[in-house]
Design a protein around this ligand. Structure first.
Ligand code: FES
Length: 116
């Protein structure tokens, strides 16, 4: 059984917010709580510093790769200069099909969020 980590008060994890909790980035995407491992598959940026796009995806703070928080898969590759490298985005998307971000189990008890 994995260790449960306290994330913080439920009231503070409002829609669009992401926090770090141990190895996880825990966030609120369109009123749904999620947890995924927090290192981007591209260059290991901390996804807890990312943002939530209007489509509910988690966006990497460094080069804008987008992740589906329900599956852990990259749905858009790195942007900016990295978007100009042929097949780079496709390569990372394939990588996360095989090795998606690991998802944590989020629970809520008495106004506090936990992840394991
Ligand atoms: S480190 Fe995340 S897209 Fe580059």
């Amino acid at each position: 059984m994995s260790e449960e980590i306290e994330v913080g008060p439920t009231a503070e994890l409002t829609p669009g917010k992401i926090v770090g909790a141990g190895p996880y980035a825990v966030g609120n995407s369109q009123e749904d709580l999620f947890a995924v491992t927090r290192r981007c598959r591209h260059l290991l940026a901390d996804l807890a510093d990312g943002s939530i796009a209007s489509d509910g995806c988690l966006v990497c703070p460094w080069h804008g790769a987008k992740y589906d928080v329900d599956t852990g898969r990259m749905v858009r590759g790195p942007q900016g200069i990295f978007a100009k490298i042929p097949f780079l985005g496709t390569t990372y998307k394939i990588l996360t099909t095989v090795l998606p971000l690991r998802r944590g189990k989020v629970t809520e008890r008495k106004g506090t969020i936990y992840v394991e």
